[in-house]
Design a binder for this molecule. Structure first.
Ligand SMILES: Cc1cc2nc3c(=O)[nH]c(=O)nc-3n(C[C@H](O)[C@H](O)[C@H](O)COP(=O)(O)OP(=O)(O)OC[C@H]3O[C@@H](n4cnc5c(N)ncnc54)[C@H](O)[C@@H]3O)c2cc1C
Length: 381
């Protein structure tokens, strides 16, 4: 089997198949930046307990430096009227935590080490997937250097601009949000007490995610102009803007990792599979980060596809279209529900005419324990 792309999702998928008996080729165009000794990465993820358990099963979670994993035990979400609020608490739900924060670079570092030692895997890096040809019994992938790889199944984990998806002729509809997500890390004056904060503001959505000690990471999704003006500020002014936008919930802030910005879009595909092809991760779906679910959904794709392949009969062809359809059926609804939710929230909170409705929605949801319980259950996967 060939896996295109060794981002977090492609790597986790390869690791989940380490005892499958399948021979794997993992093709990656760029080796990840894997320095685990550097300061905090600017890419911080909120990972669900379901993701933690999946990564634990592949031997990744327990190898991460636990001092750099931070549990989130409470979430506070604020509307833009200064009064509406929605809270989630692990304690109220009878859980040890709601999620964890972890750095992209540390995850990549541990995964990359594990992949290097994996018996059934050949890592081809740098290697760039270019074109696909189908034969009756296999698929042939041509790399940019002209070499070919043949396999029963090609899994596209090559991100939002997936070459595999394009070559497979799987249509993707794209909706750019005309926004950038500004990310940066800070030291806060006050302890965060493992609380994640989110403010739906008139200028976008701002999140504070807890990091070890008094450190936090922010994601501020806002218009391109506003994002660029934030990034152009001197560090002290940037800190003051971010602290003010968060109502000084954690007091003053000191910048520890410079700001960076990522363009935001919604990407939906009409199929997750084609004969001898399956898509996972951002190759299959991209969404607004306001629910912090993009990579979590990708890890679930990897988990479900790996399980589908591990459960097939010993003699069965791993590229059998019926198997791939089983994976697609298991994932489609979940992906659609999360994309509709994040897109719907983004639209609701970017429309100035709907301010009353959305703030009422936050207050109403906060008063309905069953609905809150349902939302928490969905986010645990
Ligand atoms: C600001 C921001 C904040 C976010 N926060 C969260 C969060 O808190 N929680 C969460 O769950 N998600 C979050 N996300 C989403 C998350 O970043 C993505 O869903 C995730 O990184 C996708 O991982 P992936 O492995 O599918 O794709 P990628 O990370 O894009 O990896 C694809 C890999 O394929 C390789 N590749 C590409 N093309 C080729 C080719 N032709 N040949 C060979 N290799 C190739 C690339 O080099 C790369 O290594 C956030 C996103 C943004 C923008």
């Amino acid at each position: 089997m060939i896996i295109a792309g060794a981002g977090l999702v492609g790597s986790s998928f390869a690791l989940a198949l380490r005892s499958s008996g399948l021979r794997l080729a993992l093709v990656e165009s760029h080796a990840p930046a894997c320095d685990d000794q550097a300061g905090y990465d600017d890419r911080i993820y909120a990972l669900s307990p379901g993701t933690a358990s999946f990564l634990d099963g592949s031997g990744v979670w327990q190898r991460l430096d636990s001092a750099r994993i931070t549990p989130i035990t409470e979430m506070q979400v604020y509307g833009d009227d200064g009064a509406s609020r929605l809270d989630f608490s692990a304690y109220d739900c009878g859980l040890p935590e709601l999620a964890f924060t972890a750095e992209n670079r540390l995850l990549q570092h541990v995964m990359w080490q594990q992949l290097g030692a994996q018996q059934n895997l050949t890592l081809i890096c740098p290697g760039e997937c270019e074109a696909i040809e189908w034969a009756a019994e296999y698929i042939s992938l041509r790399l940019k250097d002209g070499s070919h790889l043949d396999a029963k199944l090609l899994v596209g984990a090559d991100g939002g601009d997936s070459r595999v998806r394009e070559q497979a002729g799987i249509d993707a509809s794209q909706h750019p949000y005309q926004q950038l997500a500004v990310v940066a890390n800070f030291e806060a004056e006050k302890p965060h007490r493992n609380i994640a904060y989110q403010w739906f503001r008139k200028d976008g959505v701002l999140a504070y995610l807890p990091l070890p000690d008094k450190h936090i990471s922010i994601v501020w999704s806002t218009s391109v102009d506003h994002a660029q003006s934030l990034l152009a500020l001197a560090p002290e002014q940037f800190c003051s803007e971010v602290a003010q936008a968060g109502g000084h919930a954690l007091g003053d802030l000191r910048l520890i990792t410079p700001g960076a910005a990522f363009p935001l879009k919604l990407l939906r595909v009409d199929r997750l599979v084609n004969p001898r092809i399956a898509l996972i991760g951002d190759a299959a779906h991209v969404m607004h980060p306001l629910a912090g679910q993009g990579v979590n959904l990708g890890f679930q794709d990897a988990r479900v596809l790996a399980k589908t392949l591990l459960n097939r009969g010993v003699q069965a062809d791993c590229g059998d279209f019926r198997l791939l359809r089983r994976y697609e059926r298991a994932r489609k609804e979940d992906i659609l529900a999360m994309q509709l939710t994040t897109h719907g929230l983004q639209r609701l909170f970017s429309n100035p005419w709907l301010s009353g409705l959305r703030n009422f929605g936050l207050r109403l949801t906060n008063s309905l324990p069953q609905i809150k319980g349902f939302l928490v259950q969905r986010a645990l996967n």
